[in-house]
Design a protein around this ligand. Structure first.
Ligand code: DX5
Ligand code: ZN
Length: 220
């Protein structure tokens, strides 16, 4: 029996001026985790929010916070987000370079679950050496930096490659995909072996948020 498919709405698409209400609504509507897209304006050109927002969100929900660090030198930022209440912290392979394993171990040293992220142009092989350390592995299906982008089809084989690797090595990291997830492509993504679907735009523009989250989870 496969793992339960989880939906992690991205608060990137929420109204930042009413984040508390947005987060409570996501929980009421059945979200499994809250995906927090942290951008530093250097790793990606956009700046979104920091650990203070994560701490504020934590006060309004009991859902696990899945913090996606799109920042340079992520190892230096881990402590702030761990202390703010992150349950997962995922870091970009492209930003960690030789310090990927060290960064993942540093996240774990705070009792926080860790994960690696690869952008669309980064091969799965760049993360292979660190997979045994990961509690989560995130394949970006859009370029980091913006919500509401179109799903990049050529990233799906990387998710399948990651699933095969995890299964072949008996690793139980959750496989997550992020960017351009819709009710139209959710089934294909789930069939590729993805456990956690991040969705910002699709969830926040939905007429019925609960119905859309449920539809994403069962891929119809
Ligand atoms: C990109 C962000 C987005 C966000 C989800 O940097 O990581 O992918 O989480 O965005 P949507 O679901 O709106 O494509
Ligand atoms: Zn993200």
């Amino acid at each position: 029996m496969g793992k339960k498919v989880l939906i992690a709405p991205s608060i990137l698409s929420a109204d930042f001026a009413a984040m508390g209400e947005a987060v409570q609504k996501l929980e009421t509507c059945g979200a499994d985790l809250l995906h927090c897209d942290v951008m530093d304006g250097t790793f990606v050109s956009r700046i979104t929010f920091g650990s203070q927002m994560v701490g504020a969100v934590k006060k309004h929900t009991s859902l696990p916070l899945d913090v996606h660090l799109m920042v340079v030198n992520p190892i230096d930022k881990v402590k702030d987000f761990a202390e703010a209440g992150a349950d997962y912290i995922t870091v970009h392979v492209e930003a960690c370079g030789e310090r990927l394993k060290e960064t993942l171990e540093h996240i774990r040293s705070f009792g926080v679950k860790c994960g690696a992220v690869i952008s669309p142009d980064t091969p799965f092989s760049a993360a292979e050496k660190a997979m045994e350390l990961c509690d989560m592995f995130l394949v970006m299906s859009v370029y980091p930096g913006l919500g509401g982008q179109k799903f990049i089809e050529r990233t799906l084989p990387k998710a399948e490659e990651a699933r095969k690797f995890l299964d072949a090595h008996g690793l139980d990291a959750r496989l997550e995909i992020d960017g351009g997830i819709t009710e139209e492509n959710a089934r294909r993504v789930i069939d590729a072996g993805v456990d956690v679907l991040v969705a910002g735009n699709t969830v926040f523009k939905a007429a019925d948020m609960a119905k859309t989250i449920a539809a994403l989870r069962c891929g119809r």
